[in-house]
Design a protein around this ligand. Structure first.
Ligand code: VGL
Ligand code: ZN
Length: 209
């Protein structure tokens, strides 16, 4: 059992990121049994939930003539265009059915502003608006974070980078993550970037030792 100063953050384990979903991550369903093994070890379990309005500016459908995967300017920011996904209240936005989370889990929703995307569970991509996760962790005197979920190279990475920047001792449970990118180089880059920021990359078995 982990101490009360430690928390598990389950990033975006939602139907649309699973095989068959709108923004399917290859083998994304494989993170679920890892999460289900880890959850009982923690007093503090937090989930993030990608939670977009139907007209979200990260959706290629909102940019006539542009395609999924294109990068466009939204305001000052570069925005990768995605298929419509995780629309508020849709089945795709719901947590995976097989995910065994207790009713006391804290949920932080992100990507709710139509004009700004939010990969991190802490801040939007412009670092202007906070989700409340940082305050929540401070109030609960959490010092150490274990992060896993979907996707390694987007929401897991940016959540972990912000966690480290905010001075949490941060570990990513890498066997509990899957990446959007199909090219192994991009995944390696994401891992290197997290390590360089002081994030530990560990296997979930290590939390049981
Ligand atoms: C994510 C792309 C768009 C993620 C969310 O959860 O990694 N990726 N929205
Ligand atoms: Zn999204």
């Amino acid at each position: 059992m982990k101490s009360k100063h430690e928390a598990l953050i389950l990033v975006d384990i939602q139907n649309d990121f699973l095989p068959g979903g709108a923004l399917a991550v290859a083998r994304g369903d494989e993170v679920i049994p890892v999460a289900n093994r880890c959850v009982p070890e923690f007093d503090n379990v937090i989930t993030t939930q990608d939670w977009h309005p139907a007209n979200h500016s990260s959706f290629a459908s909102q940019h006539p003539g542009r395609h999924i995967g294109d990068v466009v300017k939204v305001g000052d920011a570069d925005q990768v265009l995605w298929p419509d996904h995780c629309v508020q209240l849709s089945e795709g936005a719901a947590f995976a059915d097989a995910l065994e989370i207790r009713c006391d889990v804290a949920i932080f929703r992100k990507g709710t502003d139509p004009a700004m995307d939010s990969y991190s569970g802490f801040f939007d991509n412009g670092h202007k608006h906070a989700t409340g996760l940082h305050e929540y962790l401070r109030e609960h005197q959490i010092k150490r974070l274990y992060i896993m979920g979907l996707a390694t190279d987007y929401c897991v990475k940016y959540t972990a980078l912000d966690a480290a920047m905010l001075n949490f001792e941060t570990s990513v449970l890498i066997d509990g993550c899957r990446s959007v990118s199909q090219s192994s180089g991009d995944l390696e880059d994401a891992i290197d970037e997290m390590k360089a920021a002081g994030v530990q990359i560990i296997h979930s078995d290590e939390i049981f030792s």
